[in-house]
Design a protein around this ligand. Sequence first.
Ligand code: AMP
Ligand code: GLY
Length: 422
Amino acid sequence: MNILLIGSGGREHALAWALSNSPLLTKLFAAPGNAGIAEIAELISVDVADHEAVISFCQTNAVDFVVVGPEAPLVAGLVDDLTAAGIKAFGPSKAAAQLEGSKSFTKAICDAANIPTAKYGHFKTADDAKAYVEAHGAPIVVKADGLAAGKGVVVAMTKEEALAAVDACFEGSFGAAGAEVVLEEFLEGEETSFFVLVDGENFLPLATAQDHKRAYDGDKGPNTGGMGAYSPAPVMDEAIVSRTIDEIIKPTVDEMAKRGTPFKGVLFAGLMITDEGPNLIEYNTRFGDPECQVLMMRLKDDLLTLLLASADGTLDKVDARWHDDVAMTVVLAAKGYPGSYENGTQIKGIEKAADGPDVAIFHAGTKQVDGQLLANGGRVLNVTAHGTTVQEARDKAYAAVEKIDWPEGFCRTDIGWRALQS
Ligand code: AMP
Ligand code: GLY
C-alpha cells in the first residue's frame, strides 16, 4: 500500500517508524515531515490546509491510505474531504473531532452519557462567567472553549487569577478559541492518559501513558506540549482501566454513534484519577505527542493493520499486543521554549546516541541543510528508550541524551519521577 502521513512532529516520526516496519507498506510519503521522517519516507511539499491539493496528490500518486497525525487538519475536515473523494483516511470526521475542538461539546457529551467529569458552566459573555467565578470561588479552572494549542487553560488558585483569565479569554488572548469559556471545578488527583482506537462502533484499548506538561524540573515553569512521557502509567491498574472503559470510553463511543457522528480514529482520554475514580479532563482526537513515541516503542503488532481496521470498521477482528517493558521519552527542546527560541542551531552526535537496539531518537523540529542537522522548532528531538523497569528505561534514555552535542538545547532531568515513587 502507498501511505501518506500528515504532520511533522515527534509523534509523526514515531508513526512513520512503526508504519515503515509494516509488511503491508509499499511506499510512505509524508507532508511536511522533518529530517528524521525523511530517512524513511519521501517528503512532499503539499500544503495540508489545501484539501484539494492533498486529494490531487493522492490521486496522482496512487495513495491508498492517509494517516492524519495532528488535530488541526482533523478539525478542518481533511478526513471528510478525503473520504468524499474516495480516499481512505485514518482519523475522525470534522463533526467527531469536536471532541477535541470544543470543550463545551465534550462537556455536553459527558452530561448526556453520564460520564464522570468536573462540574462546569459554559459562557458566552465575560459578565456571566465572572458571576460564576464569584459564586463558586477558587480554585477553579478557566478554559477557552476552542483549540488553543494546549495553551487555553488556566488552573486558577485564586478568584483574582480566575477573573483575570476570564477577561484574557474574552479580550482575545486565544483568538477565536476564547470567544466562549468553560469554567470547571478543580479536580485533585493524579493525571494520566489512556489511548483507544475506535471504528465508529467498536473500540480497541491501546495503552496508558503519563506526560510532563511543565517546562522545567519539579513540574515548574510554563505549560508546554509535553517534555517527556512514559508508558505504561502505574496509576492505571487493571481496575482503573476497566472503570475508564466502562464509565468513560464506551459511553462516549455509543453517544457519538447515537448522534449520527460516529467517532473513528484514536481517542486520547486525559484523565484525573481522583479518590472516587477516573474523571475525564479532556479528549484529544489523535495520538499524544510525546505519548505516541512511547506507545510505538511498546507496540508488538503491525500499526498499519490497526489503523486500517479503525478506518474500515473492523476493529472487532484485530488485537493489539504490547511489550511488557517500560518505554520512556525525553524531549530535547530549544532553550527558551515554550517562549521564543533560536532556530537553525546545529545538532551533532545523534547517530552515536541512537546506536543501541533499545534506543530510538524521534525527530520533531529538525531539518537537514547541506548535510548538517539543524534545530527547526521548539521541541526538537525525542530520545526514547525501553527497559524492564522505569529506572532502566530512564537510565538508557538519559545516557543517550548525554551523547547528543547541542549546546542550544535543554531537557528536563526528572522525567518519570512520579512512576519511580510508586
Ligand atoms: P486541558 O487542556 O483541558 O487538558 O487542561 C490542561 C491542564 O490543566 C491539564 O492537563 C490539567 O493539568 C489541568 N486541568 C484541566 N482541567 C482541570 C480540572 N478540572 N482540575 C484540575 N486540573 C485541571
Ligand atoms: N502531550 C499532550 C498532547 O499531545 O496533547
